[in-house]
Design a protein around this ligand. Sequence first.
Ligand code: DGY
Length: 351
Amino acid sequence: MPARTTIAHRVFVTRPIAEAAIRRLAESARVDLWDDDAPPPPADLAEHLRPCDAVLAMVSDRFDAATIAGAPRLGVISNLAVGVDNIDLAAATRAHVAVGHTPGVLAETTADLAFALMMAVARRVAEADRFVRAGRWRMWTPRLMLGRDVWGATLGIVGWGAIGQAVARRASGFGMRVIYASRETPMAGRRARASATPARAATNASAAGAERVALAQLFAESDFISLNLPLTAETRGMIGRTQIAAMKRGAILVNTARGAIVDQSALERALRTGHLGGAGLDVTATEPIDPRDPILELPNVVITPHIGSASHATRLKMAELAVDNILDVFAGRIPRRCANPAVKLRVARRK
Ligand code: DGY
């Protein structure tokens, strides 16, 4: 075992994560751990990044061009997330900084939450729980807390990546009709990656009994709509007033992707007027949501604090993959899960 003093690389880990992953990282690098669940303020982030070759980062850390430029040794930003919208990818690529992320390992867990939100809104689970806790449950009555059937309904999935497909598999077990619009249909911006090549996506769709449709048809026919696509320049604000107006009356919108994909004020208005029947949101326009935000007044909205991938097992897998992505760069390789695979690596060699 080499003595710790000969260890070459330095890594800043911006939050406490699974200890096993940190221990493995510490076998190959000098780890500087920000030991607080609150993010490092920008000045602290900049200071801790300056001497580091790598950073293991969270979706709630922002890496803009200035932050990246202020970290001259940085060779890799390894995000503990599949989404990389917190990172200026173009600036990272220009600066020869690889961006690692954690697709795949969190798909099933995130799909579980999407389904949980869908069912919670449809069957008024959170509202019913509040009702009982408030001491308002007097007796069984035939009209109490009537909700909507999930089984047999039409589910429209926007985004046909690993998470969207995992949601579809759950839906087929509920006897739902599943339709989807992938990133390659008219609303699409960024092309789907290898895991969702058209041929593979079609095979997966037929396995899940899902049918690909245009976005307009999906809006018109879906009783439930699940957003499962990344936030990019093309998808920012893609669910606005017009798209919401095109949704079926009474539809329930579920968002486990990113808040900025939806115009939240337009959503709130549609929920107030009754055009939409409810919403299940794991992500919001600003995070954390302001406790005075008017959308929180609505009983038919269930909001969770961006916990899509938050199971013990999945967070461990994400941490291990985030470490692998860093170690790949230290070994001179592109991270195994890389959001900017065309990057030319720059890793500071330490003596
Ligand atoms: C992701 O992976 O992008 C999630 O939003 C964070 O868990």
